[in-house]
Design a protein around this ligand. Structure first.
Ligand code: VGL
Length: 192
């Protein structure tokens, strides 16, 4: 078994009522939990990432009081706060590796994260001989996009589970899925 599951930024601030809540986020959290209850055994590793920004600076221009919701954002996922915790509807019991990213800078890709022992996704994938990666989470047009493209760039076979993602904007989410597909990923439903 050489398949990993990436669960990108399924955090309170990215789901309904969060600082940067996307439509359908709660539904994704519920569906991911259901999916894991049935399919966790299909994966050699289940890697979850969290945006984990500094409280006392703008994180490299990532936070703004007048955000454009493209390159700048309202403060979100500040380390140690409720908004940075995994969504309450996301059952993390099957997660094998937890990565944090964005400490003091914008970090859209799960590949920019580190486990508490310092390990990166690239190191974990190599150590476990992972060839295939399935990607789920939030947001389709930002962190899911960046993580899927980086996984392809790392030479892996990638599938995006299109019923287990939610995006910030519908149009940029559609463009992101098109871009990911053209880069070589498959778009599939988790329930086949
Ligand atoms: C994200 C916007 C800002 C994401 C993170 O997780 O996709 N989006 N920071």
């Amino acid at each position: 078994m050489t398949r990993a599951l990436f669960i990108v930024d399924l955090q309170n601030d990215f789901t309904e009522r969060g600082a940067l809540g996307v439509a359908g986020g709660d539904e994704v959290a519920l569906r991911v939990s259901q999916f894991l209850s049935q399919h966790a055994e299909d994966y050699a590793m289940i890697v979850a990432s969290r945006d984990w920004h500094d409280p006392d600076n703008d994180n490299g221009g990532h936070f703004s009081a007048t955000p454009d919701f493209v390159d700048t954002w309202p403060p979100h996922c500040v380390a140690g706060t409720y908004g940075a915790e995994y969504d309450e509807l996301f059952d993390t019991s099957a997660v094998t590796h937890h990565l944090k990213k964005g400490q003091g800078l914008p970090a859209y890709s799960l590949f920019e994260g580190h486990a508490d022992d310092g390990a990166t996704a690239a190191q974990l994938l190599d150590a476990h001989g992972i060839i295939d990666i399935d990607v789920a989470g939030i947001a389709t047009d930002y962190c899911v996009r960046a993580s899927a493209l980086d996984a392809l760039a790392a030479g892996r076979r990638v599938r995006v589970l299109t019923d287990l993602i939610a995006g910030v904007h519908p149009d940029s989410s559609a463009r992101a899925l098109d871009e990911i597909q053209r880069a070589g990923a498959e778009l599939v439903l988790s329930q086949r």
